[in-house]
Design a protein around this ligand. Structure first.
Ligand code: C2G
Length: 134
């Protein structure tokens, strides 16, 4: 049973997220995801439109995802890797190199991000839509 692990905020789930999750799952037999809590997002200076429970329900519905747990801080990854018996750690390549400290514990894979889609873009579009429609 090859276990793959990834982390993220996964706000307003879009094709970029799903493609990351699909490619991550394809690297093993089960994919577990550390979902950033709202408090941790504040630490990441990242606000999300949807709160943790909403983001968790949506993420758990994705066919590639086998388990979702809370990511509450920057320092839990090593423990998570050990606790879940992780074989492969996956992140988008905007994180290239940032998690190489996990290499003694598991394979570390950075995958190309999907271009021209992001939660930030979606939010901008929403704001413009509101401005136009008033
Ligand atoms: N992603 C992608 N393509 C996009 C947008 C996101 O491949 N167009 C990937 C990111 O590279 C990341 C995952 O989807 O691997 C989740 O993206 P975010 O929700 O933005 O996650 P992030 O805020 O980067 O959180 O401790 C790690 C952090 O929790 C990562």
């Amino acid at each position: 049973m090859k276990t793959v692990l990834t982390y993220g905020t996964f706000d307003v789930l879009h094709a970029g997220h799903v493609r990351l999750l699909a490619r991550a799952k394809a690297l093993g037999d089960r994919l577990i995801v550390g979902l950033s809590t709202d408090a941790f997002n504040a630490l990441k200076h990242k606000s999300s439109l949807l709160d943790f429970d909403n983001r968790r329900i949506v993420l758990e519905s994705v066919r590639y995802v086998d388990l979702v747990f809370a990511e509450g801080n920057w320092d839990q990854k090593l423990e998570d890797v050990r606790q879940y018996g992780v074989d492969v750690f996956v992140m988008g390549d905007d994180w290239e190199g940032k998690f190489d400290f996990l290499k003694p514990e598991c394979e570390v894979v950075y995958l190309p991000r999907t271009e021209r889609i992001s939660s930030t873009l979606i939010r901008q579009e929403l704001h413009q839509l509101e401005a136009r429609e008033g």
